[in-house]
Ligand binder design. Structure first.
Ligand code: SF4
Length: 511
C-alpha cells in the first residue's frame, strides 16, 4: 500500500481535507482482490495509490499509447462505433490498443502480474467515472465506450473464465432451468435455437422477460409463465446490458457526489484535464480554416447548401418548402449553421427570413430565444461559458430522437425509406444507378456512414482525384466523414480547390 507522496497543500488544510475522513461515510481501506479477469466495477477501490499513478493509469485507459499521434483508447473505441466497425473487425482493430495500454492476462498468468494489471484496470475505470460523470453527454458516451470495452473482453474470455465470473456476480435475476422445464418446453426451445445447436448442449437460464426486451422482440427466446428462457450464447448480451444499466445508474450517483470533490484541490485539476482529453466529434467539432473569401452569410445559404450532406440538404429543402421546421429540425440545422461559421446575427436573419409566413412578433416571441440559446448567447452559465451547444455528430443524429411524422431532422440514410431516399439523392444530383444500388446495400447492412461517404466520393470524384494527385490534401484528410460539418467543409474545400489550395492544407480533419 502506498501513501500519496505528492501533496500540494499546506499541513493545516490537509487536516481539514483529509479525504479518508471527509469523502466517505464508512471507509474501509484495503487492497482489493481480483479473482476474475473481468470486472463489473461494483466496488470502488479503497487502497492508497500515488497521485502520479492516479493520473497515469487514467491516461492509459484513455490513450492507446502516450504519444500525441496515437488516438485515445476509449476515443478510438468511440471512433470505431461512428465508423460502424463491429464484431470481429472491432476486436482485431482494438487488440493493439488494449495490449499496449490496458492488457488483462488470463487466469493462468502469474498472479503478481495479473493482479497488477487488474488493479490498474479497476482504478482507471473509477477515476474516469469521476472525470466523465459531470454532464449527461459525457456520461452517455462513457457508458457506451466502457460497455463496448467490457463486451470485447467478455467475448475474448475463455468459457471457464466466463462461467466463474458470471457465477461470482450473484445476479439474482438468473434462475437455472430445471430438467423438467427443458423436457416440457423442448419443442419451443429447439425452435428458438433455429437448429444451430441441440437443446441439451446449451446452458439455459430463465429471467424475467422484461429484463431482455430485445431478445423477446427478436424472437430469440421462449417466453413462458413470464420468464424468458435464454440459451448460453444469448447470455452475453444480457450480461453486457446489465453492465451498461448499472454503470448508467452509478454515473448518476457519482455526478451527485462530485461537488464534494471540489474541496480536494489535488484531484480537480487532474479530472478536468482528463475529461478535456476525451475528444470526439460530439463535443470537439470546431470550425477550422475555410478558404479566404468564403461568404458565410444568411443570404448565401442557398448557394452553400450545394455542399450539404443529405441530412442538412433535407432540412434545408423542407424549410424552403414549408417556411417552417419543427423543434429538433431547427436545433439540428442551427447547430450545423453555427458549425459552418454563420454568426448569431446572420443566423437570426436566416431564420427570420426563412419563416416567411409568420410575423416579426411571433418570431421574436417563439423562436429568437431558442436560436440565441443554441449559440450560448442566453441560458445557464455552463451553456454560455461553453459557447452554447456543439454541432451534432452523425452518431448523435443517427441514434437520438428519431424523426416522427412531419419532422425533417435525423439522417435520411437511416430514417427514410428507400424511395424517399432515392428522391432526395436524385435532387442532390446523384442519379447513377450503381451508386444508388451501393447506397441501398450499405443501408440494408445498416452502414449509414458508408452510404453517406459513398455519395460524397461520387459527387466529388474529380476533385478528390485532383487533391490526391496534386497532394493538396493528404489521405488522412480524406478519411471517412463522421460529422455533417466535416462533410460541408470538405465539400467546400474540394469544390474550391483552385482558390483555396493553401487553406485546404490547414484543415484538420477530426475523426
Ligand atoms: Fe448526415 Fe451523417 Fe447521415 Fe451523412 S451520415 S446524412 S452526414 S447524419
Amino acid at each position: 500500500m502506498h501513501r500519496p507522496d505528492y501533496n500540494r497543500y499546506e499541513p493545516k488544510r490537509r487536516n481539514v481535507l483529509d479525504h479518508r475522513k471527509k469523502q466517505f461515510a464508512d471507509p474501509a481501506f484495503s487492497a482489493s482482490e481480483y479473482p476474475h479477469r473481468l470486472n463489473f466495477y461494483t466496488r470502488p477501490p479503497t487502497a492508497d495509490i500515488k497521485l502520479e499513478e492516479f493520473e497515469q493509469w487514467a491516461i492509459d485507459r484513455l490513450k492507446g499509447m502516450v504519444t500525441k499521434s496515437v488516438p485515445l483508447l476509449l476515443g478510438e473505441l468511440e471512433a470505431c462505433s461512428f465508423r460502424n466497425i463491429t464484431g470481429d473487425d472491432l476486436a482485431a482493430h482494438m487488440k493493439t490498443y488494449l495490449d499496449k495500454s490496458l492488457p488483462l492476462s488470463p487466469d493462468t498468468a502469474p498472479q503478481d502480474k495479473r493482479d497488477k494489471q487488474r488493479q490498474k484496470d479497476h482504478y482507471s475505470h473509477f477515476i474516469l467515472r469521476l472525470a466523465f460523470s459531470s454532464t449527461e453527454d459525457l456520461r452517455r458516451r462513457f457508458t457506451r465506450v466502457e460497455t463496448t470495452l467490457f463486451r470485447l473482453r467478455l467475448e475474448s474470455s475463455s468459457m471457464s473464465e466466463l462461467n466463474s465470473f458470471v457465477r461470482g456476480l450473484g445476479l439474482d435475476w438468473f434462475e437455472t432451468v430445471t430438467e423438467k422445464e427443458k423436457t416440457d418446453l423442448r419443442e419451443d426451445l429447439a425452435a428458438s435455437l433455429g437448429g444451430r445447436t441441440a437443446v441439451e448442449d446449451e446452458v439455459w437460464v430463465k429471467v424475467d422477460w422484461m429484463k431482455v426486451p430485445d431478445l423477446v422482440e427478436g424472437r430469440r427466446v421462449v417466453v413462458y409463465g413470464g420468464k424468458a428462457f435464454v440459451p448460453g450464447r444469448e447470455q452475453t448480451s444480457m450480461i453486457v446490458a446489465e453492465f451498461a444499466r448499472r454503470l448508467e445508474q452509478e454515473l448518476e450517483l457519482t455526478a451527485r457526489r462530485l461537488p464534494r470533490l471540489d474541496e480536494d484541490d489535488r484531484l480537480s485539476p487532474i479530472l478536468a484535464h482528463l475529461s478535456k482529453n476525451f475528444i470526439t466529434p460530439d463535443s470537439a467539432y470546431t470550425n477550422s480554416t475555410l478558404p479566404e473569401g468564403a461568404e458565410i452569410s444568411a443570404r448565401n445559404i442557398d448557394t452553400l447548401s450545394e455542399h450539404y450532406p443529405a441530412c442538412m440538404s433535407n432540412l434545408h429543402r423542407a424549410l424552403r418548402r414549408d417556411a417552417h421546421l419543427k423543434h429538433f429540425g431547427r436545433l439540428q440545422y442551427t447547430l450545423f449553421l453555427k458549425g459552418i461559421g454563420l454568426n448569431l446575427e446572420e443566423c437570426l436573419i436566416f431564420w427570420r427570413t426563412a419563416f416567411s409566413k409568420i410575423t416579426d412578433d411571433t418570431f421574436n416571441k417563439e423562436y429568437r430565444y431558442n436560436v440565441r440559446h443554441t449559440y450560448g448567447d442566453v441560458g445557464g452559465d455552463a451553456n454560455r461559458r461553453g459557447g452554447g451547444y456543439s454541432p451534432y455528430s452523425c452518431q448523435k443524429i443517427l441514434t437520438e430522437h428519431p424523426p416522427g411524422s412531419g419532422e425533417a431532422h435525423g439522417c435520411p440514410y437511416r430514417h427514410f425509406d428507400m424511395d424517399n431516399l432515392t428522391n432526395l439523392l436524385q435532387g442532390m444530383g446523384v442519379t447513377e444507378k450503381g451508386v444508388l444500388q451501393g447506397v441501398k446495400e450499405d443501408r440494408d447492412a445498416r452502414k449509414y456512414h458508408m452510404a453517406c461517404n459513398r455519395v460524397f466520393e461520387h459527387v466529388h470524384k474529380q476533385e478528390i482525384k485532383k487533391a490526391r494527385d496534386e497532394s493538396i490534401m493528404t489521405g488522412a484528410q480524406l478519411e471517412t466523414i463522421v460529422h455533417p460539418n466535416e462533410y460541408f467543409k470538405r465539400s467546400y474545400l474540394l469544390k474550391n480547390l483552385d482558390k483555396s489550395a493553401s487553406g485546404a492544407k490547414d484543415v484538420k480533419m477530426e475523426g
